[in-house]
Design a protein around this ligand. Structure first.
Ligand code: 6PG
Length: 496
């Protein structure tokens, strides 16, 4: 065969990626479980480039140049395993299987190991940017063996979004690293969407600004350091009038947020690797709470607000809007800080060499969280350097231990802090839930605290379970004989 790449799974993401490859001059072999989609794609878009329509995986594989590159774009989970099982017997040593779906990184680790044992390369690739990104240039986060990047990297870089002449695509690390980075992207996406939602709620319920007027506020914010795709589309959504009712569309949409799993995985992994991704987790919980329809119905009738219900006075409205903007920015920075921090923790856990500067560079365009801010974050982490591969589990030299320690962000948060505290206070007084604004602020205050009540928790643990504690003034571990004479003993039970 002579085709450059095969794509199996031609739902909208797969079809658009296939078209993107073809539009960039590659010959693309196509396969779908039901032949109809394949023929439809060729009928509608055949003029965009070179396609080879095939009716079976055998035919697909036979149409490919060696080493064969097969990209799978099917629903994450069992369907991916099913395709791999059918594909593997048809492939030869050195061939490359690419999974471009939102697979769980543990699945990717398992599949990579299984295929490596058979001499095949398995490349788990995170792809972000939705349907349009897939067609016109997504952000691409490839993992898998470094060697296989030589065979697939150039093609992926060519179809990726370009930012300032650099592709939003670079090898991020071995086995599941690509899917992990995509997962964290989605966790940040959840938090970013939630903080925008909280800002919207405050503007409406505390400042009394109606959706159409809010659209103008978000447009204005999009010309500040908040400038981003998500702010831009927020204005679009808020501006939309429902044709059927004449009301703002936002008021017609059921307020129960769906989720397909990647945000939840991020929160779970944060717990697993011991990274405090509370703002991200809160954004997942906020979606879960929104979807508890029955509980909410009862709560609406039963649970009182306990507030006076005073909104902001006309004279204070402008200041409040600016406060919300600053609180949104500070909370968003915390979500990024938590996401990047969890990448470092995962690198240590899974032995990955993750370069946070390069990873941030991939998110500058093409993906859902694309924003001017990402270029600043990239710079704070030493810029993009696709040859910089820190020792597995360590961060690259000179990179800050936390995003908030980069001087420009330390300053930005300090500037936003008075507004941030005012907004969280006002939200709590008004009974408007701001789980991510407030959780992000708690993270910030937790980090900077001189002393945390963790000391008391250690005391309690020692009391009920003799779990011991460390002292601030001496090495070693200690235990107080709580049920005896309350003297202190060392780790060996010897009185000190
Ligand atoms: C992206 C999106 C994409 C998809 C998610 C949304 O980066 O292009 O994140 O992967 O829209 O599945 O996730 P939820 O359905 O969980 O909101």
């Amino acid at each position: 065969g002579t085709a450059d790449i095969g794509v199996t799974g031609l739902a909208v993401m797969g079809a658009n990626l296939a078209r993107n490859f073809a539009r960039n001059g590659y010959t693309v072999a196509l396969h779908n479980r039901s032949r109809g989609r394949t023929d439809q794609l060729v009928a509608e878009h055949g003029h965009e480039g070179e396609f080879v329509a095939t009716g079976s995986l055998e035919e697909l594989v036979a149409s490919l140049a060696v080493p064969r590159r097969v990209l799978i774009m099917v629903k994450a989970g069992a369907p991916v395993d099913a395709v791999i099982d059918q594909l593997v017997p048809l492939l030869e040593e050195g061939d490359i299987v690419i999974d471009a779906g939102n697979s769980h990184y543990e699945d990717t680790r398992r599949r990579e190991a299984a295929l490596a044992a058979q001499g095949l390369h398995f490349v788990g690739v995170g792809v972000s940017g939705g349907e349009e990104g897939a067609l016109n240039g997504p952000a691409i986060m490839p993992g898998g063996p470094k060697e296989s990047y030589a065979a697939v990297g150039p093609m992926l870089e060519r179809i990726a979004a370009q930012y300032g002449g650099e592709p939003c695509c670079a090898w991020v690390g071995t086995d599941g690293a690509g899917h992990y980075v995509k997962m964290v992207h989605n966790g940040i996406e959840y938090a970013d969407m939630q903080v925008i939602g909280e800002a919207h709620d405050l503007l409406r319920r505390v400042a009394g600004i109606e959706p159409a007027a809010q659209a103008a506020v978000f447009d204005a914010w999009n010309r500040t350091e908040l400038s981003s795709y998500l702010i831009e589309i927020t204005a679009e959504v808020l501006r939309q009038t429902d044709a059927a009712t004449g009301r703002p569309l936002i008021d017609v949409i059921v307020d129960e947020a769906g989720q397909k799993g990647t945000g939840r995985w991020t929160a779970i992994s944060g717990l697993d690797v011991g990274a405090p991704v509370a703002a991200i987790a809160e954004s997942v919980f906020a979606r879960s709470l929104s979807s508890q329809r029955e509980v909410r119905e009862i709560a609406r009738e039963t649970l009182v607000a306990g507030v006076d219900g005073a909104g902001v006075a006309d004279a204070d409205r402008e200041q409040f809007v600016e406060d919300v903007r600053q609180a949104l920015f500070a909370s968003k920075l915390v979500a990024y800080a938590q996401g990047l921090d969890m990448l470092s923790a995962a690198a240590a856990e899974y032995g990955w060499s993750l370069d946070l500067g390069t990873i941030a560079s991939l998110w500058r365009d093409g993906c859902i969280i694309r924003a001017d801010l990402l270029d600043v974050i990239m710079t704070a982490f030493g810029g993009r350097d696709t040859d910089r591969h820190p020792e597995p589990g360590t961060r690259a030299e000179g990179q800050p231990l936390n995003l908030l320690f980069a001087p420009e962000f330390t300053r930005a948060i300090a500037d936003a802090l008075p507004a941030w505290r005012r907004v969280v206070g006002a939200a709590i007084s008004a009974g408007v839930p701001v789980p991510v604004f407030s959780s992000a602020l708690a993270y910030y205050d937790g980090l900077r605290a001189d002393r945390l009540p963790a000391a008391l928790i250690q005391g309690q643990r020692d009391f009920f379970g003799a779990h011991t504690y460390r002292r601030t003034d001496r090495e070693g571990s200690f235990h107080t004989l709580w049920s005896g004479d309350r003297t202190e003993v060392d780790g060996d039970g010897v009185p000190v």
